[in-house]
Structure formats: structure tokens, C-alpha cells
Design a protein. Structure first.
Length: 364
């Protein structure tokens, strides 16, 4: 008899290949598996509703696995707890990451609460991450597939919530997941991975945000203050960005790509430099707002660890100094395009410790 017999797991079914294989693996391990499809965005009348396509794919997979599929609408929670903050950060000229908020507020809070109400012992998702239970703590570790590792997006979820969670894909590469899906004739075995804003889909960000925020065109200036172009709104640009600048053929300038190194929301100006690794794009450290630890611990004065400043970004060795009003992180080597509003996440021996919002980049 399976040790998991009678244990009920509700899997967050997105309609994608990862959650589908997660459900299959849990069923093979003897769990009583149910699925939950979350609708977290209310489309405007006339809009193409991609969530319906995803729901149909999730339904077909659940039918093939002979497991029930629930459906819950968390669009109000998403608007209040995720999207309002996303808009507020944009209006301040920062670069927010709504996927991090979505995981904290929806996937591991609203979803977990719903699952417990319907009798679940655990929830599960198709995230590429690993949970280890030790010393009465649930610790978040990097997954086997480091290219797909999603711990960066999960750093604001707490150990108490991870204690109720299972990540069945922790030991698999993406190619293995697709192979399992194809072997089991899942309709979505070759479905492309979703990108874009969490639960909002693959929209043009500028067109989408124009529905909620007023933008005004302004000047793009080079390092000497010369106007080299115009932009549709400084709020739309972030440090290190090249795409969408449409700057080129500037008199007396070399034919090198242009990149955003700063912007002024007050003046509605974007400032650009040439060269992917221009000194203006490089930083020696950063200041982080309040550190959010995955598990409570005695806060040290300083910690030698690694920091990651974007998904799929290369982690860099650093020293984190814990101050009364934030965290000062000094890199072992310069890092490129540190963007206020994004998250800095700390790791030690592949364990994700937590992280916080970047307040500013530091230069010598």
C-alpha cells in the first residue's frame, strides 16, 4: 500500500505541460489528486479570452487522468493584492515584477486557502523548485533544471506555506517533462511556455498599461544632454533596456547600440548611453528595502552569500550588510542594469533565503 494513499493533493492546473505532468506524477505516487484551475483576470468584453483555451486544455488532461477539476475565480483578489501594486510601482517609475506578488498573494495564499477548504492535505504546482524539510522548517532550494529554476519568483512565499506544498518537478529537466507528457499523450505536450505578466498573458505592455495609466511622450537624451530621440512615456522604460528606443544614426556617434541607463519621471526624460557594458550601466552593489526571509532567523550583521537580481540572471557572490533601514549588498564583481523596483534574492548553498525590493544601485 502506498504511504501516500488517502492524502489529498490539489494541483494548480494552468493548462500547461508542467502542471499536467505534476498531477500525473502525484497520481503515480499514490496521492488522491484533484485539480484547480484559477481564473485571476477578468477580460474586457470583446477581448480574446486565452484563459478559456487554457481551461479546456486543463480539462482534457484531468479527464485523461480521471481526476476532478475545480475552477475558482480569484480576479478580485488579483486586482486588489497584485495589480494595484503593479500599477502603483509603474507610476513611481519603478520596474515591478508582478509574478512574485502573484505567487505570494494568489498561488500560495488564495489557492492554498481554497484547497484547505475542500479538504486538501497539500497543494502542488508545476514550479521548478525544491522543498526540503529540516529542523522544523520548510526550506526552498533550487531545482535540478537551473535554466528553468523558479525560486527567484518564489522568494516572498513563507516556509509555513511551503510546508503544505509539493513541487513534483524538482528533479526533472524541462525536456524530461515534455517527454513524459508526450508519452502519456497529453494534448499540451508541445504547448509553448507562457510568458508575460502573470495571469494577464502575452500582451503588449504599453498598450495594456495605457488602459490604466496616462503616458506622455518626451525626450531621449544622450550622456551629454543632447536629444537623440523621443519616447512614448518614461514609465515604460527600465535600466538596461534596448528594445523600443528607436535611436540610431546619431551624428558624430559610433554605430553602437543604445541602452537606457537612467530616467526622470519628474521631467519625463529617458537617458541613454552606447555599449552593452558601458560604465553607466554597471554597479558595485545595491540598497534593498526590507528583507523578507522565507524562514524566521536571527538576523546577522552581515552575510556572505549570492545575489540574483532577475529571473535567469547569473547569481553573483556578495556580502549583505543588514542595516536598520534596509540591506546594503556589495557585489564581488560589477553587475549590469540594476533596476529599482525589481527584486534582489539571496542564496546560500543553493538555498533561497528570501529577498526584497531594490531601492537603488550603488556605484563606487
Amino acid at each position: 500500500m502506498s504511504k501516500n494513499k488517502g492524502k489529498k493533493v490539489v494541483v494548480g492546473m494552468s493548462g500547461g505541460v508542467d502542471s499536467s505532468v505534476a498531477a500525473l506524477l502525484l497520481k503515480q505516487e499514490g496521492y488522491e489528486v484533484q485539480g484547480l484551475f484559477m481564473q485571476n483576470w477578468q477580460n474586457e468584453p470583446g477581448e480574446v479570452c486565452t484563459s478559456e483555451v487554457d481551461f479546456k486544455d486543463a480539462s482534457k488532461v484531468c479527464d485523461s487522468l480521471a481526476i476532478p477539476l475545480h475552477r475558482a475565480n480569484f480576479s478580485d483578489e488579483y486586482w486588489d493584492r497584485v495589480f494595484k501594486e503593479f500599477l502603483s510601482e509603474h507610476e513611481k517609475g519603478r520596474t515591478p515584477n508582478p509574478d512574485i506578488l502573484c505567487n505570494r498573494e494568489i498561488k500560495f495564499k488564495s489557492f492554498l486557502d481554497y484547497a484547505i477548504k475542500i479538504g486538501a492535505d497539500h497543494i502542488a504546482t508545476g514550479h521548478y523548485a525544491k522543498i526540503e524539510h529540516k529542523d522544523d522548517c520548510s526550506v526552498l532550494m533550487r531545482s535540478k533544471d537551473l535554466n528553468k529554476d523558479q525560486t527567484y519568483f518564489l522568494h516572498e512565499v513563507t516556509g509555513k506555506e511551503f510546508a503544505k506544498c509539493i513541487f513534483p518537478l524538482e528533479r526533472l529537466n524541462k525536456s524530461e517533462v515534455r517527454e513524459i507528457a508526450e508519452t502519456n499523450n497529453f494534448i499540451n505536450h508541445n504547448k509553448k511556455d507562457s510568458v508575460g505578466i502573470c495571469f494577464v498573458g502575452e500582451r503588449n505592455l504599453k498598450d495594456f498599461l495605457k488602459r490604466f495609466i496616462k503616458f506622455e511622450s518626451g525626450s531621449i537624451k544622450d550622456t551629454e544632454g543632447n536629444i537623440v530621440g523621443t519616447h512614448p512615456g518614461a514609465l515604460l522604460f527600465t535600466q538596461g533596456q534596448r528594445q523600443g528606443l528607436n535611436v540610431g544614426g546619431v551624428k558624430d556617434k559610433p554605430e553602437l547600440p543604445w541602452y537606457v541607463y537612467d530616467k526622470s519621471i519628474t521631467l519625463n526624460e529617458v537617458y541613454v548611453c552606447q555599449g552593452e557594458f558601458n560604465d553607466l550601466l554597471m554597479s558595485d552593489g545595491l540598497l534593498m528595502q526590507e528583507m523578507k526571509w522565507i524562514n524566521e532567523m536571527t538576523i546577522p550583521k552581515k552575510l556572505d552569500c549570492e545575489v540574483q537580481v532577475r529571473h535567469r540572471g547569473q547569481p553573483v557572490k556578495c556580502t549583505a550588510h543588514f542595516l536598520e533601514n534596509g540591506v546594503k549588498i556589495l557585489f564581488s564583481e560589477k553587475m549590469r542594469a540594476i533596476a529599482p523596483g525589481q527584486s534582489a534574492v539571496l542564496y546560500k548553498n543553493n538555498e533561497c533565503l528570501g529577498g526584497g525590493i531594490i531601492a537603488k544601485a550603488l556605484k563606487d
